[in-house]
Design a protein around this ligand. Sequence first.
Ligand code: PEP
Ligand code: MG
Length: 880
Amino acid sequence: TQWVYSFGAGRNEGRADMRNLLGGKGANLAEMASIGLPVPPGFTITTEVCTWYYQNSESYPADLEDQVKAGLARVEQAVGNKFGDHHKPLLVSVRSGARASMPGMMDTVLNLGLNDATVEGLVAASGDARFAWDSYRRFIQMFGSVVLDVDHHRFEEIIEHIKLDTGKIDDTELTASEWHRVVDGYKEMVREVTGKPFPQDPWDQLWGAIGAVFGSWMNQRAITYRRLNDIPAEWGTAVNVQAMVFGNMGDDCATGVCFTRDPSTGENVFYGEYLVNAQGEDVVAGIRTPQPMSKERAKPGEKPMEEVMPGAYAELVKVRQTLERHYADMQDIEFTVQSNKLYMLQTRNGKRTAAASLKIAVDMAQEGLIDHAEAVKRVNPAALDQLLHPTLDPKAPRKHLSKGLPASPGAASGIVVFSADEAEARAQKGESVILVRIETSPEDIHGMHAAKGILTTRGGMTSHAAVVARGMGRPCVAGCGGVSVDYNNQVLSSGGIQVRGGEILTIDGGTGEVFVGSVAMVEPQLSGDFATLMGWADEVRRLKVRANAETPLDAETARKFGAEGIGLCRTEHMFFDPERIGAVRQMIMAETESGRRVALSRLLPFQRQDFVDLFRIMTGLPVTIRLLDPPLHEFLPHTDYEIAEVAKSLGADVDAMHRRAQELSEANPMLGHRGCRLGISFPEIYEMQARAIFEAACQIGKETHKAPHPEIMIPLVATKRELEITRAQVDRVAQEVFAELDYHVEYSVGTMIELPRAALTADAIAETADFFSFGTNDLTQTTFGLSRDDAGKFLPLYVEKGIFPKDPFVSIDPDGVGALVKIASEKGRRVKSGLKLGICGEHGGDPSSITFCESVGLDYVSCSPYRVPVARLAAAQAAL
Ligand code: PEP
Ligand code: MG
């Protein structure tokens, strides 16, 4: 087996499309080298070795060692230095690189190969003793913490001690001999802590580092990151061993991280940060302030690379273009300049905000780099959600607190918390929280995920907080130096204003502003790039997208977002209004048909007006109205006051009403007297609703000469007989109304398929139904035997333990619930080939469920209004 793949110096055994085997970093290093970009030579140990390692009690395949030796020999030859050589030592970096990028989650060791002898060689070769000893101490520090597990404070203590001793403040002031003293201190400390001398043999060092990278695949923060990002543990990481280049060998050296376009807005500008005379981790660590790339983006006093290193900058601009043309996507790159010569250390598709991903996709299609279909594929439908959420109302009053960097757009308000654990705990209780940290680290990701927004007081646009927040779509203000945070007293302050933990703060990640208290927000803009991309999506999708809506406001929102009709109008939701709930209770509690009819006659005019409004808003589009399906308990009177009210309206005595409430209360309302069961036992209820629908449809038809075509839907049907009975009622009322009003509208009557029995007998049911709509909420509940109302208590645990890959109420379970949908679709269409099929459970707005719906051949999905654009895009991607 080939376990090792070389790259650089004319031998490129890998390619970009080999990321499963080589990890993203390794595959792209090989790709960059093969298109002629300057990549220091090296080799990649494959992800298969990682898998092997974990399957064979953390050991390696027997032939790995020889392949690593051969790989390193090629690097030696290309560079002209030898590993462990006292005069011209080869130094290497050892980095992880998984299939999916997991920024900052796993370990890296730089300057490997240094020891007491080779450091002298580096002094001689570089002519810079200070650089060489600084490199050596960096190596011991990284190797010590990553491989030997020495607490990094122990290293800092030693530097602090020597600074104190020599009266120096900055690391940059230390001389070669002082760094030499640091190295001695480090070695002594490592021996003390680990009980062994610091390894001097470069081969021991190399294997130690390789083992540490494989080991880091299973560290806690990597595990958490994988869980949040759906990355399977079996994928494993690769290890990249590469000749070192140095950005810290003087003022003609530099290192930087940049994006080929602005990852925040998507603007087509070269965007990033670099530091002169620094090594990679200095940029991310935030100790020195990185400088901008281009003059255009530089603020007064800043030193853009374009000015400071014009030669290397010009070359980098060319690389930027080459990479964008080659990958046809925005790239996130790392580079180093050694003695004015540029080296590329990494490229990958850059993480970006939803806004940027939209703009970049549309721009790149317009620039001709990709086609429309590709642009549609580029935007993650779930991320689109971010764009549909509110921003601060420019006219709303606000109390300014401070301003930091606009690290991830969107506005958020919430209570201040100072730790990731608290953020998670309070978010679980349903609170909106703003996580405030001096800076964040990979240990904080669970809290960042739970928070509505993130505020840090330190760090730049590529700091951990900024990168992770953009990836998660959380609004973030980073590097807000005007705010000081006191963790001990749980308070932040700025300019004399204090905000305590638990008080409300608002951040605007688009501008970097921070406000005390909450600020009113406004709806997002849906024009421009958004409309363009949606137009492209609509051209390719087959599935129609409707909305679940019952109020005029929801219906209008749905239309604005592009809904092509209403797929589910839950009529019971129309009765929650205080004006109506009394009449509903009166209806439910009535002990006689005549009592119910009195209540229903109160409800009829409301209900008719509701439908008039809906039909008007949805002119020309289908509207599916589901007859009453109340879990009864939601409508029963509970308090004494409510019971007294109902008693009065029914002219009954209060005791009798208490008894009636007792009688009606159910042990398991979700499986009780709801849906068509109610419509069958109390036919006058569905009669009233059908009448309201037909009267409204006739009224609109007469007014506009464009009669709506109502689709009337019967809920919770388990047998064909139930549908026959309820359908007959509806048909009878239709004839009555048409005769009374001397007008006629087309209508259809269909059913929800939301019980396993209905799915399994769908052929019989289809004989009576004009359409099916899958109610996958109830279908999931009844297929799993999992209460919709109670599952929240233990489902998260099931998902965490991997017993369920995803929450089945969020993303359809393809093997169980999905199988029933498939069976019902096939059986239904066998009886009626043109049977219209839709889905109206929550899954209708979930991208992976939509992919499933496409595969089954449903006609439409229906989801909440805000998810309509998500569904349009997901449907387009499913069709491509
Ligand atoms: C369903 O069960 O999927 C459905 C849409 O109906 P409801 O959520 O109202 O029960
Ligand atoms: Mg249902």
